[in-house]
Design a protein around this ligand. Structure first.
Ligand code: ARG
Length: 242
């Protein structure tokens, strides 16, 4: 169980249509993401392995098998947030512009985002999904998309000395049960935390997985909504080709 969505279950096939898998050019899944525009994917800045090493797969379900519903796109440009700090994990958010647009269909859709500055109250139940797994699992298993529900934890509680002790910035959201057991984990990074149909969080970091003392930490998308819109639509205002 370690190294995958913890305590969750297999999602119904193609029920989460905006989730994408970021893969190495050899087809190895390493992060999740969300399609927010036909040309753009939202993910975590720490998933930046360089555009030339990356492939984006939409319409996927079993991540290591070909099902015929997948669409593949190479990145044209990676835009990690300028304030991303790899030691504090602050502003762990990145946009990927695709070389070719994804086609929206029965298997691929766009993720709605929260408005700039929208908060979430403690206890609000959200859903995190991903294909996180340990690559040393062998190559035998088929990795279906997994999903789990987790409630929002207040920043005050998440920052307490019994938990992350002040390391949660205003650009982060915590989510998890007081008893632990349900969480995102390694390889789920970049994937969406969805509350009432909107992608409020991006899987960012944690301390172990499913630990009662340490909820999962997500990038607060609502703090970056303006940056997202400026990055996506600013590029179109300056470019008449589209
Ligand atoms: N940084 C991890 C990754 O690269 C995600 C960690 C999320 N951990 C957690 N306990 N929620 O996949």
């Amino acid at each position: 169980m370690q190294g995958r969505i913890v305590g969750g279950y297999t999602a119904a096939p193609n029920s989460i249509k905006y989730i994408v898998s970021l893969q190495s050019t050899r087809g190895q899944h390493f992060c999740g993401g969300s399609l927010v525009h036909r040309y753009w994917v939202l993910t975590a800045a720490h998933c930046d392995i360089g555009a030339e090493h990356m492939m984006i797969v939409a319409g996927d379900y079993i991540v290591n098998a070909f099902e015929g519903t997948e669409q593949y796109a190479k990145p044209h440009r990676l835009v990690p947030h300028p304030l991303y700090n790899r030691s504090t994990n602050n502003a762990d958010i990145m946009l990927i512009k695709l070389r070719a647009p994804m086609v929206l269909n029965k298997y691929v859709s766009l993720a709605p985002l929260p408005r700039q500055g929208t908060g979430l109250v403690e206890g609000r139940v959200c859903r995190v999904s991903g294909w996180g797994y340990n690559s040393h699992g062998g190559g035998q298993a088929r990795f279906a998309l997994r999903t789990v529900t987790v409630p929002i934890v207040s920043t005050a509680r998440c920052n307490s000395s019994e938990s992350f002790n002040g390391n949660i910035t205003a650009n982060m959201i915590c989510a998890g049960y007081r008893t632990g057991g349900k969480d995102a984990c390694k390889g789920d990074s970049g994937g969406p935390l969805v509350c009432s149909g909107r992608a409020y969080g991006v899987v960012s970091w944690g301390n172990g997985c499913g630990d009662a003392k340490f909820p999962g930490v997500y990038t607060a998308v609502s703090k970056f909504r303006r940056w997202i819109d400026q990055t996506i639509y600013g590029s179109y205002l300056r470019c008449t080709r589209y």
